[in-house]
Design a protein around this ligand. Structure first.
Ligand SMILES: [Zn+2]
Length: 364
């Protein structure tokens, strides 16, 4: 099977989270020369595959076979792997069956490697992600097989194939502020404490404001207000309470403590409560590590492009792998139709991604 045929086969499996669509069994068979270990947990299917070729470092490829639901309005069957107008259509075409096909085929054809090659595969990345990659990492800790480096093949390219790799990701902190006042009649404002007026006085110091200046790896962390609500949708009562919700995609320069201090600076003379919930922690892999250099060189060789090092975008399972002491980066095809209707990529991109991974294994 060539990489494109393999890619289409993956697309034809309806592997909506947490289903693997039978793909993990298929992959174990496809890489029969490798050792397969199932790490299923709480109904989530996970697979670790490895082969020790030599004494050197352990390089792993990671990803997910699950996809988000197709949804309505497709122009083709989302599980038909249909070729049309120069594209291959399918739910998961970019996110991330192109990546899975590329690294599977790379491992399938690798004859020599000075170290261990492995795959970390889950069927629960698009869902709660509590029993997916985390279960695999627990297993790797237990058997002392944590990789030295890991390439997550999530789609990272922005305008053309090869233009971006991710060497880290921002974290994400959700916040809820409740400002308490005293309800009253709009005609007697002096008898009430109007939380809307109080918050309005400080809002322009907060909404859209950068909490740090950013650095070489990260854009500034911004205080993004997502909702403000108060009152009863009437014009003659001022409310007792205002609720403001916000999100900060934080770099390593901003944490929960600095957000608490920032809010307190403007709310210190107000009766308020603040709740913070960090759903992901930021990480960055040093651009001078071997895996970053090797992937840069391989992309340059295959495409002639020098990729930029990005930390933008949402979170991925790389956030779980990095804290285990693994040098993790992400590289995959373009990401302009992920989770959208008519998700698609090109055979050329899948072919090139495969060539980049072959080159990475050769050079690592
Ligand atoms: Zn993904």
């Amino acid at each position: 099977m060539d990489v494109i045929t393999l890619f289409k086969k993956l697309l034809q499996a309806k592997s909506e989270t947490p289903s693997d669509g039978g793909l993990l069994d298929f992959i174990s068979e496809y890489l029969e020369e490798y050792t397969s270990v199932r790490c299923d947990r709480n109904g989530v299917k996970n697979l670790f595959i490895y082969k020790r070729f030599g004494e050197g470092e352990h390089l792993s490829f990671a990803g997910h076979v699950d996809v988000v639901p197709a949804g309505e309005g497709w122009s083709v069957d989302p599980y038909g792997a249909i070729e049309k107008d120069g594209f291959i259509y399918g739910r998961g075409a970019q996110d991330m069956k192109a990546g899975v096909a590329a690294f599977l085929q790379t491992l399938k054809e690798t004859k020599n490697f000075n170290g261990t090659l492995s795959l970390i595969l889950t069927s629960d990345e698009e869902g709660p992600a509590k029993d997916g990659t985390l279960a695999l990492l627990d297993y790797l800790k237990e058997v002392d097989m944590m990789p030295d480096s890991c390439i997550v093949a999530e789609p990272t390219c922005e305008h053309e194939f090869g233009d971006a790799i991710k060497i880290g990701r921002r974290g994400s902190i959700n916040g809820v502020i409740e400002k308490h006042g005293k309800q009253g009649h709009a005609a007697y404002p002096e008898k009430a404490t109007n939380p809307i007026h109080k918050v309005a006085q400080v809002l322009h110091h907060m909404a859209g404001i950068n909490l740090d200046e950013g650095d070489d790896n990260f854009a500034p962390s911004q205080f993004v207000v997502t909702d403000i609500r108060a009152g009863m949708e009437v014009t003659n009562v001022t409310p007792a309470k205002l609720k403001m919700m916000f999100n900060v995609r934080n770099s390593t320069n901003t944490d929960q403590k600095s957000i608490e201090a920032f809010v307190h600076k403007y709310f210190s003379d107000m009766n308020y409560t603040l709740e913070l919930d960090q759903s992901a922690y930021p990480f960055v892999t040093n651009p001078n590590t071997k895996v970053v250099k090797v992937v840069d060189e391989a992309i340059q060789k295959v495409t002639g492009i020098t990729p930029k090092h990005s930390t933008a975008g949402g979170t991925s399972d790389a956030r779980y792998i990095a804290p285990c002491g693994v040098n993790v980066i992400e590289f995959g095809v373009k990401n302009d139709t992920i989770h959208a209707v008519d998700e698609r990529t090109t055979a050329q991109e899948v072919q090139k991604l495969y060539e980049v991974f072959v080159e990475v294994v050769k050079r690592y």
